[in-house]
Design a protein around this ligand. Structure first.
Ligand code: ZN
Length: 214
């Protein structure tokens, strides 16, 4: 299917939020995979327009895209097909999937870096991932656990300076106390970009978990 488009691979790698049938966010996928789900008719597009949302199947999205291409081209990214253009969707909803996300936040290196936004939690500077290490706040030799509350992003220099000591022994101060994030940090990172602003209302737990009455 990728052969049908493919002019700009980076657009197809854009991130799309996937909701289950009940509008609960379950994961993030690529625009490429989202388009496959639309073609197979197992998902529909959810677009936020004037703070209300509307759903579209592939055909109706194609029509709407024509309008968007004419009047709001700069607000979207575009997939160029042979005879038409499609606005890249930001949110899709699975039509036959009821389940909730299994493990909301995996404890791994990537998610710790994302939670700390690639900032060394001691000197507060931002580094590329390759220049960061993980630090046990309370050193392992003192019984410090390998868990969300005791692991932080740390640059090589601060790691060497801290050595096998606690922050107070080393005269260093943590930027924030590390905690387990409520949602996958990779999603939180994207929320800071305007491009993914429409994700916000689907990730606001307070809004979605509130009991509805009629
Ligand atoms: Zn540092």
């Amino acid at each position: 299917m990728t052969g049908a488009y493919g002019l700009d691979p980076s657009v197809l790698d854009s991130h799309v939020l996937v909701l289950n049938r009940n509008y609960t966010a379950v994961r993030v996928t690529s625009a490429r995979r989202a388009m496959c789900m639309l073609f197979k008719r197992i998902a529909e597009i959810v677009a936020v327009e004037d703070s209300e949302w509307a759903s579209y199947d592939f055909e109706s999205w194609r029509e709407v895209s024509e309008y968007k291409a004419r009047y709001e081209r700069d607000n979207h990214e575009w997939i160029r097909c042979v005879r038409f253009e499609l606005a890249v969707p930001r949110v899709v909803r699975l039509l036959f999937y009821d389940r909730l996300p299994k493990t909301p936040v995996k404890f791994n290196r990537r998610n710790i870096f994302a939670r700390d936004r690639n900032r060394c939690q001691y000197c507060r500077r931002e580094f590329p991932t390759s220049e960061l290490t993980l630090d046990h706040v309370l050193p392992r030799s003192r019984g410090g656990k390998t868990c969300w509350n005791n692991m932080v992003c740390c640059c090589v220099r601060c790691n060497v300076r801290k050595g096998g000591r606690t922050p107070s022994e080393a005269g260093m101060k943590l930027k924030t106390d590390p905690v387990k994030p409520k949602r996958p940090p990779v999603i939180t990172l994207r929320l800071s970009s305007d491009k993914y602003a429409t994700w916000k209302q689907f990730l606001d737990n307070a809004y979605w978990n509130v009991e509805l009455r009629d």
